[in-house]
Write a protein that binds this ligand. Structure first.
Ligand code: G1P
Length: 294
């Protein structure tokens, strides 16, 4: 069955970004001229996704507003003859169907995904975590959906991390079936390096079957006292009902979920954009020269 819906959990408090994230959701911080959330939604549109479901919380209204129509702004752009901007804003409104559900209590990522149960219904769906952008020719979530369809199971994006960083990620364990692809038997949330079954870390993109919702409903709080998506996926893998694969995606993975990462992500995106590339290179050169002189 075709993957039509993507769940984007954005209810987190964004503490790594305080004070910047006090009133503005971190998913609204700009990478060049678009907020992180728009890059993610455009990634979804580029592979035929029909609906993006934000899982939000109090103080996150800006996200829904961003994809809504803004009649005053449209009127103003129209009356001033700013045709290009008018068209850009119009296509933003019409990108894709954007809906939102609320996570009323911050009980963890597993709980956030579970909150989208009714909105998703009884069909496979994708999940994208808002911290990570992938600069790639083929949209990252499209790569994962194709892999899931081809392999006939669920698929989880992973990447190798240094041995001392396993405690920051969900870590997978499985049998190699193809280059870059494991069939999974176990997933562990943020294990200490000595307990980690591998160095393959979950990087925030998933293609999952609807059965995961019933498992999430019964999943107890785990690592950090939170209901973990990784624990529900571990349970799903152990049932052997349908295979689960980890997939290393093509492209440059960038963590936009903390200040330095956002800065680096913005640089990568600006360098990939012909409108800014030369200026950015010039500024980098100037900075380097100044550093070398000091
Ligand atoms: C979440 C997941 C974890 C995954 C990570 C990727 O953790 O629980 O399995 O590896 O995202 O960014 P968080 O970073 O929200 O603590």
């Amino acid at each position: 069955m075709k993957v039509r819906k993507v769940v984007l959990p954005v209810a987190g408090l964004g503490t790594r970004f305080l004070p910047a994230s006090k009133c503005v959701p971190k998913e609204m911080f700009p990478i060049v001229d678009k907020p992180v959330a728009q890059w993610l939604v455009e990634e979804c549109c580029a592979c035929g996704i029909e609906e993006v479901i934000f899982v939000t919380a109090q103080g996150k209204n800006a996200l829904e507003d961003h994809f809504d129509s803004a009649s005053e702004l449209m009127h103003l752009l129209d009356s001033k003859g700013k045709t290009d901007l008018f068209e850009q804003m119009r296509s933003l409104e019409n990108l894709v169907r954007v809906t939102a559900v609320r996570q009323k209590h911050p009980l963890g990522l597993g709980h956030a995904v579970w909150c989208a149960k009714d909105a998703v219904g009884n069909e496979p769906f994708a999940v994208i975590l808002g911290d990570e952008l992938v600069l790639s020719e083929k949209p990252a979530i499209g790569q994962l959906i194709s892999a899931a369809e081809r392999l006939g199971g669920s698929a989880i994006a992973v990447d190798e991390v240094p041995a001392d960083k396993t405690n920051r990620y969900g870590i997978v364990d499985g049998e190699p079936v193809e280059p870059g692809i494991l069939q999974l038997r176990r997933l562990v949330e943020k294990p200490r390096p000595v307990d980690a079954p591998s160095r393959m870390a979950i990087t925030g993109r998933y293609v999952l079957p609807p059965e995961v919702f019933d498992i999430l409903e019964k999943t107890k709080a785990g690592q950090g006292g939170e209901i973990q998506l990784t624990d529900a996926l571990n349970e799903l893998a152990s049932r052997h009902e349908s295979p689960m694969f980890s997939v290393v995606l093509e492209g440059r993975r960038l963590d936009a979920g903390a200040p330095l990462g956002l800065l680096k992500t913005a640089l990568h995106y600006a360098l990939a954009d012909a409108r800014y590339r030369e200026d950015v290179l010039e500024t980098m050169k100037e900075l380097l020269e100044r550093e070398n002189k000091a």
